[in-house]
Design a protein around this ligand. Structure first.
Ligand code: ATP
Length: 298
């Protein structure tokens, strides 16, 4: 085998509590990841001479060593000392810089895909170790699990086996704005401790990931709606008015369980079925500045 195709899935954060800034400038968070069916396709082809090449159907995506898929191949090559190279072709569907961790997912898919293609037999623990070096969101995708809790930088993963069979549907809206994750965390840092405490108090009861996990386990829409939480939503929404506009539009369309993912700008809601998703899709697509997707847990 000298060629393989892998799928690289997006994530949503159903819960994201920023706990504080660390000495290494990252933030400690507690998050609940969901892997969803929205995905990129990656074609990997062995090159004999150690060379790594990246190309994509998306103009503007970096093709050099700043591409996270390139980084994954390079880090794996160094770790195992192989002389093999790879040609990586990324067919992008996950919007870039949207808060759905497309780049991190691509790098995890390349790590796992090349492990097989290059015949390395590296175990999962070692792959997770390499994944952490690439980025905080990468380890989640190494675990083959639809739902997981992330602690530390979000890179200490505990898979939620009790939710393995749970499949929920979402409508996902991505406005055509670009949000920088570091700048949102910087804004969060600037918030006075007192106003953070106020937000926490106002969201009391919500502010517990266990409530959300249990709500998902019981498939209880009322509790899910109450327990969705993202510390960064107010920060991003205060800078980008589009977040509030999307949320209001979803409320007017009868939706209740609505949240921003990661540092944004993606906003998603829980829906009951694909059919409801298609109905909402037709309405939301009327806004040509929004990309709209219907996706489910994967
Ligand atoms: P997160 O939720 O982890 O913050 P994100 O969805 O906001 O992720 P990405 O789509 O992963 O963001 O991309 C963030 C940056 O990474 C962009 O500036 C992009 O140019 C760069 N990048 C590098 N490699 C890739 C890749 N393979 N796919 C997407 N973006 C990439």
């Amino acid at each position: 085998m000298n060629r393989t195709i892998v799928h690289s899935y997006a994530k949503l954060n159903l819960y994201l509590n920023v706990l504080g800034k660390r000495k290494d400038n990252y933030h400690d968070i507690e998050t609940l990841f969901e892997r969803i069916s929205l995905c990129d396709k990656i074609i990997l082809k062995i090159l004999p001479d150690g060379e790594i090449k990246v190309s994509s159907n998306m103009p503007g995506l970096p093709q050099d060593n700043s591409n996270l898929a390139y980084k994954a191949a390079s880090i794996l090559q160094k770790a195992c000392g192989t002389s093999k190279g790879v040609e990586i072709r990324i067919i992008k569907r996950i919007p870039v810089g949207s808060g759905m961790a497309g780049g991190s997912s691509n790098s995890a898919a390349v790590l796992s895909g090349l492990n097989k293609l290059w015949g390395l037999k590296i175990n999962r623990q070692e792959l997770v170790h390499l994944a952490k070096k690439i980025g905080a969101d990468v380890p989640f995708f190494i675990y083959d699990s639809p739902f997981a809790l992330g602690k530390g930088r979000g890179d200490r993963i505990r898979t939620l086996k009790a939710l393995n069979k749970r499949k929920v549907w979402h409508v996902i809206i991505v406005p055509r704005i670009s949000v920088s994750t570091p700048s949102i965390y910087r804004e969060w840092d600037k918030l006075k401790v007192s106003s953070r405490a106020l937000t926490q108090a106002l969201t009391m009861g919500k502010n517990n990931v266990k409530i959300l996990t249990s709500a998902l386990k019981k498939n209880n829409p009322f509790l899910i709606e109450k327990a969705l939480f993202n510390s960064l939503e107010q920060v991003t929404a205060s800078i980008y008015g589009e977040i509030g506009k999307i949320k209001s539009r979803l409320v007017r369309l009868g939706q209740r369980a609505i949240l921003m993912s990661g540092s944004g700008p993606t906003v998603f809601c829980f829906i009951s079925s694909r059919k409801e998703g298609e109905r909402l899709y037709a309405q939301l697509k009327k806004n040509r500045f929004w990309q709209v997707f219907v996706a489910h847990t994967y």
